[in-house]
Design a protein around this ligand. Structure first.
Ligand code: GUN
Length: 300
């Protein structure tokens, strides 16, 4: 079997169009512009690229974008004061503090100081608890993007065997909760899992989110399974020239695509969906803050 490619780049474009159309409606009918504030502490190059991209796409869908770039030595008190100010700013509906933070800052404390209603990352302990108990919450962007692609491809996920490889708070755990919410039978596998190949071979849906380049070979994949590759790993590519790199996922694309029924590529799969879902979450937060109907198909 040769897998159908799930085009995350095109899907993200559709999500952004839906968000933009709803933003236009909010502006004209309610005189409301959704606003997203992104806070970056320090100068990590990868984080700078993400933050720039977030700001650009926020403006492109018609929202207000605010960026706060703080010195790497910013104190916890100053960062918390900024978050407090954003929590109390009615023109801001979403707040994202780019991770990782410099070591002297307590990540849990900072994330939990964001108002849960404005926590568009879905990392606040209240949102984690709401998701875990099947209540309305803000849902982490990457797993939400994966869920949207899976629902689009399969329609119902009910009764499917899903294996999530990776147990991070950002992807693995919320992904498992979302799949459970859609009535999958869910296994979370990780570095201590016994006989990982056999566990993965049972899966109708495999979500790989470990951050290890090309870790999942094709012979772990059940014939016809759907493979969602969350990994974005930069590896040396001497074939492209000295010092050159290329991006690969957590699955070995060529061999997995031979057995899977459908697969997301890297790049162009899950990656573009993450920012699209951030915009969707900002819109959702704005609608909830104003007691307005939420857009359909953009939440879990
Ligand atoms: N760093 C890497 N991924 C993310 C994310 O989804 N949200 C935030 N805030 N920081 C990140």
């Amino acid at each position: 079997m040769s897998a159908q490619i799930i085009d995350g780049k095109a899907f993200a474009g559709t999500v952004r169009e839906k968000v933009a159309a709803h933003v236009t409606k909010l502006k004209s009918e309610n005189n409301i512009t959704p606003g997203l504030a992104v806070v970056l502490v320090g100068e990590d190059p990868a984080s700078q690229v993400y933050v720039r991209s977030k700001g650009k796409q926020t403006v492109e869908v018609g929202m207000k974008s605010v960026e706060h770039k703080l010195d790497v030595e910013t104190s916890e008190a100053d960062l918390l004061a900024l978050i407090d100010q954003l929590n109390n700013d009615d023109s801001i509906h979403g707040i994202l503090v780019q991770l990782p933070l410099p070591k002297h800052l307590d990540e849990d404390l900072v994330i939990n100081s964001i108002s849960p209603a404005k926590d568009v990352d879905g990392f606040h302990i209240s949102n984690v608890g709401l998701l875990g108990t099947g209540q309305k919450s803000m849902v982490p962007c990457t797993p939400l993007g994966c869920l949207m692609m899976l629902r689009d491809h399969h329609g119902s996920l009910s009764g499917m065997d899903a294996v999530v490889i990776g147990r991070s708070n950002i992807v693995g755990k919320p992904m498992a909760q979302l799949l459970l919410g859609d009535s999958c039978t869910v296994t979370i596998a990780h570095s201590r899992t016994k006989d990982l190949p056999e566990v993965v071979r049972r899966a109708d849906i495999v979500v790989a989110a470990v951050g290890r380049p090309e870790m999942v070979p094709g012979d772990w994949i059940k014939e016809g399974a759907t493979v969602i590759d969350v990994g974005i790993n930069r590896i040396p590519a001497p074939e492209k020239g000295e010092g050159k790199h290329r991006l690969v996922g957590d699955v070995d694309y060529a061999s997995c695509a031979e057995r899977a029924g459908a697969i997301t590529p890297v790049p162009g799969g899950v990656g573009p969906m993450t920012i699209a879902c951030l915009l969707a979450n900002t819109l959702t937060a704005c609608c909830r803050a104003n007691g307005l109907e939420e857009p359909e198909g953009l939440t879990a």
